[in-house]
Design a protein around this ligand. Structure first.
Ligand code: MRU
Length: 351
C-alpha cells in the first residue's frame, strides 16, 4: 500500500498526486519552502493531508533553522508558519495544524533554562508532534469509518465527489474511509466517482486508490450525477470537507453544492465525513469561509494541453459551500451529528 506522506530521516516524503495515476513518484523535501510549494501546487492535497504536511513543514523548518538563540528561533518560526499558512486558504486543517505546532513550540521553549537546550528540545518536540498529527489522523479516519459504515446502504451504488480518501489524509480516508469500513463489514457497495473537473481528483485519484483496494468504482463526468440519481441508481452520496462552519454549512470541492441539490431533489441521503479538525466553530455560517480561487489555466488546459481558445477568460473557484439544510448527517471521529448542527456539533466538541 502507498503512503501519502511520511516523516523520514531524509525529509518529508510524499507521493506526487499531480502525477497520478500515470506515475507513482515520491518526492522528499528537506526545506519548509518546498513543502509549502508542494501544498500550493497540489503535490499533496485534501484537507487532512494538507494539515499533516503543514505540521511536518513546520518541524523540518525549525530543524534546519540556524537560529542561535530563542528570539532568532521565534522569528524563524513565524516566517515558517506564515509561509505555510499562505499556501491554500480554504481547508482549515492547515491553520489548525500550524496552531497545534505553535502550541508545542511555546510549551517546549518555556521549560528549559539555556537557549541551546530549549532549541534542541523544541526540535525534538515539533518532530514528535508532526508524527503524532499523522498517526492520529489515520486513527481518526478509522473511527469515522466505524461510525459511518452503518449509514451506508447494504448494497448498491454510493456517489462521491473529489477525493476524500487515503490520498487526501494520513491514510484510509474520510468519505472513502467510511466506504472502506462498509465494504469491510460485508456491504456490497460500488462507488460512482465524479470525475471532478477541473483537477480531476475523482477520475485520477479516487478511481486509482479504490481500484488498488479492489472496491468497484465507475467514473462518471460531473454532469451525469443528476441523470443517475433520477434513474434511481444512487443510494447515497458521501463526500469529505475542507471547512465546516458551526451551523453545519460545508465547504468542499467545487461541484459538491450541485451534487447536494440534486441529492435533495431526488430524496437521496447526503453525508459529509470529516474530522473535528475540519470544523471551524469560530464561523457562524458558510458565508464566512474563504474560497480559494485558483489559476484559470487549470480550467482552460487539461494535463498541459489547451482545450479552449487562447486568452479566453475562465474562472476557477476551487471550492463551494453546501448549505447545512442539504446535509443528512456529518460523520466525525466522535460520532454522527444531525440537524440542528449548531447544537450537535457543539455537543461533539464538548465530549
Ligand atoms: O483541492 P483539493 O484536492 O485539496 O480538495 C480536496 C477536497 O475538496 C476534499 O474533498 C476535502 O479536502 C476532504 S479530504 C478528506
Amino acid at each position: 500500500m502507498f503512503k501519502t506522506i511520511e516523516w523520514t530521516e531524509q525529509g518529508v516524503r510524499m507521493i506526487d498526486q499531480t502525477r497520478l495515476p500515470g506515475e507513482e513518484i515520491y518526492r522528499t523535501y528537506t526545506d519548509y519552502r518546498e513543502v509549502a510549494e508542494a501544498i500550493r501546487s497540489m503535490v499533496i492535497r485534501g484537507a487532512p493531508a494538507i494539515g499533516v504536511a503543514a505540521a511536518m513543514g513546520v518541524a523540518i523548518g525549525v530543524k534546519n533553522s540556524g537560529a542561535k538563540n530563542i528570539p532568532e528561533l521565534r522569528a524563524d518560526f513565524d516566517v515558517i508558519a506564515d509561509t505555510l499558512a499562505r499556501t491554500r486558504p480554504t481547508a482549515v486543517n492547515l491553520f489548525w495544524a500550524i496552531k497545534r505546532m505553535r502550541n508545542v513550540f511555546e510549551k517546549s521553549l518555556s521549560c528549559h533554562h539555556t537557549d541551546a537546550a530549549a532549541i534542541s528540545m523544541v526540535r525534538v518536540g515539533l518532530e514528535e508532534e508532526a508524527k503524532r498529527v499523522l498517526a492520529e489522523d489515520i486513527a481518526i479516519n478509522e473511527a469515522m469509518g466505524r461510525y459511518g459504515a452503518d449509514l451506508m446502504p447494504d448494497s448498491g451504488t454510493v456517489l462521491t465527489h473529489c477525493n476524500a480518501g487515503a490520498l487526501a489524509t494520513g491514510g484510509y480516508g474520510t468519505a472513502l474511509g467510511v466506504i472502506r469500513a462498509a465494504v469491510g463489514a460485508g456491504k456490497k457497495i460500488q462507488v460512482f466517482a465524479d470525475e471532478t473537473r477541473p483537477f480531476l481528483q475523482g477520475a485520477r485519484l479516487t478511481a486509482w486508490e479504490l481500484a488498488k483496494d479492489q472496491i468497484p468504482v465507475t467514473i462518471i463526468t460531473d454532469n451525469m450525477a443528476g441523470h443517475f440519481m433520477k434513474q434511481g441508481e444512487i443510494r447515497a452520496v458521501i463526500v469529505g470537507a475542507d471547512r465546516i462552519a458551526s451551523n453545519g454549512d460545508t465547504a468542499n470541492k467545487i461541484g459538491t453544492y450541485s451534487v447536494s441539490v440534486l441529492a435533495h431533489e431526488n430524496g437521496i441521503p447526503f453525508y459529509v465525513a470529516a474530522p473535528l479538525s475540519t470544523i471551524d466553530m469560530s464561523l457562524a455560517s458558510g458565508d464566512q469561509i474563504p474560497i480559494e480561487e485558483r489559476s484559470s489555466a487549470e480550467v482552460t488546459h487539461l494535463a498541459g494541453v489547451a482545450i479552449a481558445p487562447r486568452d479566453v477568460q475562465a474562472r476557477h473557484p476551487a471550492f463551494d459551500v453546501t448549505p447545512q439544510r442539504y446535509i443528512t448527517a456529518i460523520i466525525t471521529e466522535r460520532g454522527v451529528a444531525r440537524a440542528p448542527f449548531t447544537d450537535s456539533l457543539r455537543a461533539l466538541f464538548a465530549q
